[in-house]
Ligand binder design. Structure first.
Ligand SMILES: NC(=O)C1=CN([C@@H]2O[C@H](COP(=O)(O)OP(=O)(O)OC[C@H]3O[C@@H](n4cnc5c(N)ncnc54)[C@H](O)[C@@H]3O)[C@@H](O)[C@H]2O)[C@H](O)CC1
Ligand code: K
Length: 347
């Protein structure tokens, strides 16, 4: 486990063009378990991890699909829509769906007008996150939570509502399935994935394009290729071809350097050395130099130190494109920049 954590962080510190460490579904689940484990492990709560993931998602949207300037009302006094303002957040039944609910909340505060599609509203769903979206008045397409009385819905009501929602959005956020998806998709998500494949709207996929196999990519020929991808912590093996063929990719770094720092401490402990079967602590290579705490919050760990402390609006994700565009390729390969998003709504 310690080698895995170091290699993920090391991939982002290595000089030259980034060579990300791709991880499989098993390793992704292992890291998740480690982050949430107590004792000598990460000690994060699920809520914290979702909040970090969801904030990174919202920041990636702000970076890739920036909100246009505010426009004056039209002659009839009607508010005019800003570029990229409407974001349809498609949420699945697992933790990735929770990331989506968090992202919708942050997007609202960034000034976007998100709406949320949440078709699997089971008792185990993150009801508090959903309630927070409701409290902001976000349009929510979801069946009533169990126990609530309602009129019976037509079987295809959600499909119809989803199709209408996708027509009336500027950007689609794919938070349907993450690293625990096992193809093929079951209802009601089959329709959702078909619509994602068909739409001409830009889709930003979180962690893995939904419907793709986490390790093997679009093995089942879904026909869905997102406009861009946000990898959480480390890119998954299934997106290697997408990234290497020039797909737009962001990587959320919020946990990477935390993993590396904790890991270097674990490596330094004699007990960790003996439990790993090493004859002495020196059997572990010295941990690579860690970036300063300041850099942990910036997009580029190798960036020169800042003079002032990072603002709360600085991004925890870094974006790059490797799209092969001839002469621009080398500059793009190393390109990365820091998102700066305004957190106060309407500011
Ligand atoms: N450490 C991190 O990087 C964190 C990532 N997070 C996000 O969580 C997901 C992984 O969450 P998990 O709940 O394990 O899995 P999924 O979101 O993929 O959803 C599982 C969910 O889906 C159902 N399901 C599986 N296959 C199918 C299918 N073929 N048809 C229908 N339904 C299916 C399954 O039954 C479950 O209910 C990760 O990718 C990140 O986005 C966390 O926020 C924490 C930190
Ligand atoms: K996804």
């Amino acid at each position: 486990m310690s080698g895995l954590l170091s290699s993920i962080a090391g991939a982002f510190r290595a000089p030259g063009p980034r060579q990300p460490r791709y991880i499989g579904a098993e390793d992704a689940a292992l890291i998740d378990g480690w982050l949430m484990g107590g004792d000598d492990k990460g000690a994060f709560s699920l809520d914290q991890l979702m909040e970090l993931a969801g904030l990174s998602v919202a920041q990636a949207v702000a970076k890739l699909y920036p909100l246009g300037p505010k426009l004056d009302k039209d002659p009839n006094g009607v508010k005019q829509k800003r570029t990229n303002e409407r974001v349809l957040v498609c949420c699945g039944p697992g933790n990735q769906g929770g990331d989506g609910l968090v992202a919708a909340r942050h997007l609202y505060h960034f000034g976007y007008s998100p709406s949320v599609f949440y078709p699997k509203n089971t008792p185990s769903a993150p009801q508090r996150l959903k309630k927070q979206c409701e409290n902001l008045g976000l349009p929510l397409i979801a069946p009533p939570s169990s126990g609530a009385s309602s009129f019976p819905m037509a079987p295809d009501a959600q499909d119809v509502a989803f199709r209408r929602a996708i027509e009336n959005t500027d950007v689609v956020l794919d938070c349907v399935f993450g690293f625990s998806f096992k193809p093929p998709a079951r209802a009601p998500f089959k329709t959702v994935l078909d619509e994602l494949a068909k739409t001409s709207k830009p889709v930003l996929s979180v962690d893995i394009p939904s419907g793709w196999d986490v390790d093997e990519g679009d093995r089942d020929k879904t026909g869905f290729t997102p406009d861009a991808l946000l990898s959480l912590t480390a890119p998954k093996k299934g997106v290697r071809a997408f990234v290497e063929s020039g797909g737009k990719q962001c990587v959320s770094l919020s946990l990477v350097f935390h993993l590396a720092r904790t890991d270097s401490r674990v490596c330094a402990l004699p007990s960790a050395a003996s439990s790993a079967g090493a004859s002495s602590p020196s059997a572990f290579p010295p941990p690579p130099p860690l970036p300063s705490r300041e850099h942990e919050h910036t997009a580029d760990p190798r960036a020169p130190p800042r003079r002032a402390a990072p603002s709360p609006t600085s991004s925890s994700s870094t974006c790059q494109s490797t799209r092969p565009t001839g002469a621009k390729l080398s500059t793009l390969r190393g390109a990365r920049s820091e998102a700066s998003v305004r957190l106060a709504r309407g500011a």
